[in-house]
Design a protein around this ligand. Structure first.
Ligand code: FEO
Length: 170
């Protein structure tokens, strides 16, 4: 069993990850509406990865002997004025998620809960990658997405993203 505070934070993180999936699907909805199916696809894959994160944490809690409980998933309420807006909102969101993972890690460190620290190592690395992906998307959009041909090519590139389930996900 984990200490109560760590178990509670991990349980809350399941909700945050599912909200992330919901948020990225909302981005995908926006891009579908804009006629950019490659961008929409990229965020659909991202949503799938977020669901995986939720499932990994759920499984960890269960395997540690904890009862998982669910709360409401918040409604994504972002309004986008430009095609760059979801991309910057994505980076902002990933930075927020990194701060949540870091906070749980700090609790585990304080409690000498090495098992949870080891479990969270994967998430720390993943957050680094997700922030980098979000930054890259913004850079590419700023470089190429401001004129139609560049936007078309970028959309094509994003359409090619392949979903890979993490080795440890259910
Ligand atoms: Fe599960 Fe995008 O962090």
């Amino acid at each position: 069993m984990l200490n109560e505070k760590i178990a509670k934070l991990l349980n809350e993180q399941i909700n945050k990850e599912l909200y992330s999936a919901y948020l990225y699907l909302d981005f995908a909805n926006y891009f579908e509406d804009e006629g950019l199916n490659g961008f929409a696809h990229w965020y659909e894959v991202q949503a799938q990865e977020e669901r995986d994160h939720a499932m990994m944490i759920r499984r960890y809690l269960i395997d540690c002997g904890h009862r998982v409980t669910f709360g409401e998933i918040a409604k994504p309420d972002k309004v986008f004025k430009t095609k760059l807006d979801p991309l910057t909102a994505g980076l902002e969101h990933e930075k927020y998620v990194t701060s949540l993972i870091t906070a749980i890690y700090a609790e585990a460190f304080a409690a000498k809960d090495f098992k949870t620290m080891q479990f969270l190592d994967w998430f720390v690395k993943e957050q680094g990658e997700e922030e980098k992906n979000a930054e890259d998307m913004i850079k590419k959009m700023q470089l190429f997405g401001t004129e139609p041909k560049g936007l078309y090519m970028l959309n094509k590139e994003l359409e090619a993203r392949v979903y890979n389930a993490p080795a440890t996900a259910e």
